[in-house]
Design a protein around this ligand. Structure first.
Ligand code: AMP
Ligand code: GLY
Length: 440
């Protein structure tokens, strides 16, 4: 059945799609898939007010696997795209693809084993070591190895990087300037601050350089490299203050020259995909390479088993392909037939956050000005609807994406929307893109 399905991908229409997730990334996916002439009905689970405008939201948890199975059957879903890490790491892909009743349904994952690249930092580091993939020198320690861990810290120089092994919602990485503070953090990890995620701690060398996010879509054999992006993780202008999920992004990134990207492909992308294959780990989905450019050479800081947020909001607007066709080719194991076409335009996104984020913040603030932003694409992240009103419902509220023939134009559109949209305690970074695209 899958074989017939694949043969028909190019002439298919009426494909019903279910997107799992509710963030800006999922709204951007919904936006891009909505442009496909092959799309039938679009569903998002649970979705957000942005996806509700493009399709139907289904108010279920992304971890309600049985509920998702029922939706796939009842709505005649042909393709499921899983956005966030938690259902991936917990095996939603395996659950759906292993069900005989769903054998005609295509799923973009990856499965539980492949998602270990994100779900266990210790697994990811050991994998990179096995396959000679450039990354920071490291060692992993369990709770009963506290004194060995402190000794290893003593062999490194400041700053010290400590990571909880498991998923910790982006909060499991601590960078400390002093040895004493690093030892104190180690104690906190082992005392259960991150729950089971901190049972094993990875301690690694600090990499000095500029970060870059590179994404591939792969079926475990062939792959396409999507446009690269730069994310702005710290909350404050000039990369100050605590880490967040990401306060903005730009694509393309000037230092990602063809020579640099060639190094990324040869030393990182290819060995990762062939490494997965040689270890018998099937992989169908996105791999997000969090890279550090260390004097012209790329090193892997982390892998994620999904697209980035807010990177997706600048990557997808630069892809010319029919995204539905690309995702179907991936899920059907036919990535060798895919050829990516990138638009020669620039994209920037600025996140509007609730004041206080990533610490505590208030929700339920009325948002206005959403309709006035004709030149930008507004992706919803943490919003909710109440009657005809849209209210804030999260730390990262909206992503304002601008595109243009120059980064200056793209940023101008983003910032025009960022200023026009209002809600109480709105906060955004005013310097997105400015480090890599300095004003001339
Ligand atoms: P991760 O969750 O592994 O991406 O780490 C969060 C952030 O911590 C990264 O985006 C980097 O900014 C920083 N980071 C992590 N590992 C290192 C490292 N070895 N050297 C320098 N910075 C790092
Ligand atoms: N923007 C970083 C991430 O999605 O993890």
């Amino acid at each position: 059945m899958i074989a017939t399905f694949v043969a028909n991908i190019y002439k298919m229409s009426g494909v019903n799609v279910l997107i799992i997730g509710s963030g800006g990334r999922e709204h951007a996916l919904a936006w891009k898939l909505s442009q496909s002439p092959k799309l039938g009905k679009l569903f998002a689970l649970p979705g957000n007010p942005g996806t509700a405008r493009l399709g139907e939201n289904i108010p279920l948890s992304v971890l309600d696997f049985e509920g998702i199975r029922t939706v796939v059957l009842e709505k005649n879903i042909n393709l499921v795209v899983i956005g966030p890490e938690e259902p991936l790491v917990k095996g939603l892909y395996n659950f759906l693809t292993g069900d005989l009743g769903l054998r005609n349904v295509l799923v973009v994952g990856p499965g539980r084993e492949g998602a270990m690249l994100e779900g266990s930092k210790n697994f990811a580091k050991a994998f990179m070591q096995r396959h000679g993939i450039p990354t920071a020198r490291y060692r992993a320690f369990t709770r009963d190895e506290y004194s060995e861990a402190k000794k290893f810290l003593g062999t490194l120089s400041s700053p010290y990087v400590l990571k909880a092994d498991g998923l910790a919602a982006g909060k499991g990485v601590v960078i400390q300037a002093s040895y004493e503070d690093a030892c104190a953090s180690l104690g906190e990890f082992f005392s259960g601050k991150f729950g089971d995620a901190g049972n094993v701690v990875v301690i690694e060398e600090y990499l000095r350089g500029v970060e870059l996010s590179v994404f591939v879509l792969t079926d475990g054999k062939s792959y396409v490299i999507l446009p690269e992006a730069k994310d702005y993780k710290r909350v404050g202008a000039g990369d100050t203050g605590p880490n967040t999920g990401g306060m903005g992004a730009v694509s393309p990134v000037p230092f990602a020259t063809p020579e640099f990207m060639k190094k990324v492909e040869e030393t990182i992308v290819k060995p990762t995909i062939s490494g997965l294959a040689s270890e018998g780990i099937p992989y169908c989905g996105f791999i997000f390479f969090g890279l550090m450019n260390v004097v012209g050479n790329p090193f892997v800081v982390e892998y994620n088993a999904r697209l980035g947020d807010p990177e997706t909001q600048v990557v997808l607007p630069r892809i010319k392909n029919d995204m539905l066709e690309l995702l179907m080719l991936c899920a059907a194991g036919k990535m060798n037939e895919a050829e990516l076409v990138v638009a020669p335009q620039f994209a920037a996104t600025v996140i509007l956050a609730s004041g206080g984020y990533p610490g505590s913040y208030e929700k339920g603030k009325a948002i206005s000005g959403l309709e006035a932003s004709a030149n930008a694409i507004i992706f919803h992240a943490g919003t909710t609807s109440s009657g005809s009103m849209t209210l804030t419902a999260g730390g990262r509220v909206l992503a304002c994406t601008g595109t243009g023939e120059s980064m200056e134009d793209a940023l101008a559109s983003s910032y025009c929307a960022a200023n026009a949209i209002t809600f109480e305690s709105k906060y955004f970074r005013s310097d997105i893109g400015m480090d890599v695209y300095p004003k001339s």
